[in-house]
Design a protein around this ligand. Structure first.
Ligand SMILES: Cc1cc2nc3c(=O)[nH]c(=O)nc-3n(C[C@H](O)[C@H](O)[C@H](O)COP(=O)(O)OP(=O)(O)OC[C@H]3O[C@@H](n4cnc5c(N)ncnc54)[C@H](O)[C@@H]3O)c2cc1C
Length: 305
C-alpha cells in the first residue's frame, strides 16, 4: 500500500503532526510520499519524496488550491490512502479530496489493529475497527494517536509543484482563541478535574490543590460539558494543548482526546480508583485512591510546608 501524507504548515512553521503521519504509515507497514504547502526553509526530516508547493504563492490555508494540488499529486502517485491530521486544515480539506475522488473517508483514526483502522464511537466510549474496502480511502488521524519510536530522520527528495488556479476563497488569517484571562498553555503546574470528581462542588478541592502547587486548574471535557468548569480550562483536542512541568489528573480515565492535549507534560501524576485506567500508560506516578480522600490530604500537607 502507498499512503500520501498531507503535512501542515502554519505561520511559517512546519507542524509536528507531520511526524504523526509518518508514524501512521509505518504502523500501516505502507510506503509513503508526502505533500506540503509550505516552504523549503521548513521541511520535515523524512526519508521519501515530498511534493512541495510554495505557501507564499498558493497560501498556507487555501482549500480550493490545495485540493487541486493534491489531486494532481494523487494522479501522479496513485496512493491507495491519503492521510490528513484531524485538524481544522484536515477537516476542511479531507472531505473535499474524498468527494473529488469518490473515495471513502474514515475520520479520527486513533489506532491500527490487524490492518483495520480503529476509530472512536459513542462519544469515544467505544472503538470501532473499520476494514477499508474502497480503492482509495481518505483518513484523518487524531492528534497524539501515532508517534515515532525513534527520532525523525532523513532528507526528503523535494519535487516542487504549483497550481494554476487562484481559487475562489481568500484566506483572512489566523485568530487566536480567546483565553479569558487563563492561559493553561503557559502554566508550569496544572491540576485537572475529571468526571471522577463526581459532583460540581468537588471541583473546588482540585482547584485548591492547584493553588497549593502554585498552578492552575483544568478539566476534562465531561466536566466542562456539565457546566462545572468553564471551557477555557478544558484540556484536550477540543480544548487547550498543554505541556506543564507537572500535570496532575484527578479522576480522569485517559481518553485519547484528553491525552492528546496533555501527554507532552514533563511529569504526570494520575489519581484514580481504577489501577487499570488508561491514564496509567502515560502517568509517571499513578496513585490508586479515591480523589475525594487523597486530594484534600495532599493539599493539607502541601499547605503545611
Ligand atoms: C470529538 C471529540 C472531542 C473530544 N475532546 C475532548 C477534549 O478536548 N478533552 C477531553 O478531556 N475529552 C474530550 N473528549 C471526550 C473523551 O473522549 C472522553 O470522553 C473524556 O476525556 C473522558 O473524561 P474523563 O476522563 O473525565 O471521564 P471518564 O472517562 O468517565 O473517567 C472518569 C475516571 O474517573 C475515575 N474515578 C471515578 N471515581 C473516582 C474517584 N472517586 N477518585 C478517583 N478516580 C475516580 C474512573 O476510574 C475513571 O477512570 C472528546 C470526545 C470527542 C468524541
Amino acid at each position: 500500500m502507498k499512503i500520501l501524507l498531507v503535512a501542515e504548515y502554519r505561520d511559517g512553521k512546519l507542524l509536528g503532526s507531520a511526524y504523526e503521519l509518518i508514524a501512521f504509515a509505518q504502523k500501516m507497514a505502507a510506503d509513503s510520499v508526502m505533500f506540503l504547502a509550505g516552504s523549503e526553509a521548513a521541511l520535515p526530516a523524512y526519508d521519501g519524496r515530498l511534493y512541495l508547493a510554495d505557501a507564499a504563492v498558493c497560501g498556507e490555508f487555501n482549500p480550493d488550491v490545495h485540493k487541486a494540488l493534491l489531486l494532481d499529486v494523487i494522479a501522479r502517485e496513485q496512493p491507495e490512502m491519503i492521510a490528513f491530521s484531524h485538524s481544522s486544515y484536515g477537516w476542511d480539506l479531507a472531505p473535499r479530496v474524498a468527494f473529488a475522488l469518490r473515495a471513502a473517508q474514515v475520520s479520527e483514526v486513533v489506532d491500527v489493529a490487524d490492518g483495520a483502522l480503529v476509530v472512536p464511537a459513542c462519544n469515544a466510549k467505544l472503538r470501532r475497527n473499520v476494514q477499508v474496502k474502497t480503492a482509495k480511502t481518505v483518513v484523518t488521524l487524531q492528534a497524539g494517536a501515532f508517534g515515532l519510536a525513534d527520532a525523525p530522520a532523513g532528507t526528503p527528495a523535494v519535487e516542487k509543484i504549483s497550481a494554476d488556479a487562484a481559487g475562489k476563497l481568500e484566506f483572512g488569517g489566523y485568530e487566536a482563541a480567546e483565553q479569558g484571562g487563563v492561559d493553561l498553555s503557559k502554566a508550569e503546574v496544572i491540576v485537572s478535574a475529571g468526571r471522577g470528581v463526581g459532583k460540581p462542588e468537588n471541583v473546588a478541592m482540585v482547584a485548591a490543590l492547584a493553588k497549593a502547587l502554585k498552578g492552575e486548574y483544568g478539566a476534562s471535557r465531561p466536566v466542562v460539558d456539565s457546566g462545572w468548569v468553564e471551557h477555557k480550562r478544558q484540556v484536550g483536542t477540543t480544548g487547550q494543548s498543554v505541556a506543564p512541568k507537572l500535570y496532575v489528573a484527578c479522576g480522569i480515565s485517559g481518553a485519547i482526546q484528553h491525552l492528546a492535549g496533555m501527554k507532552k507534560s514533563e511529569f504526570i501524576v494520575a489519581i484514580n480508583t481504577d489501577k487499570d485506567a488508561p491514564i496509567g500508560e502515560v502517568a509517571d506516578v499513578l496513585v490508586v485512591a479515591d480523589l475525594k480522600q487523597f486530594v484534600p490530604l495532599l493539599t493539607e500537607k502541601l499547605q503545611a510546608l
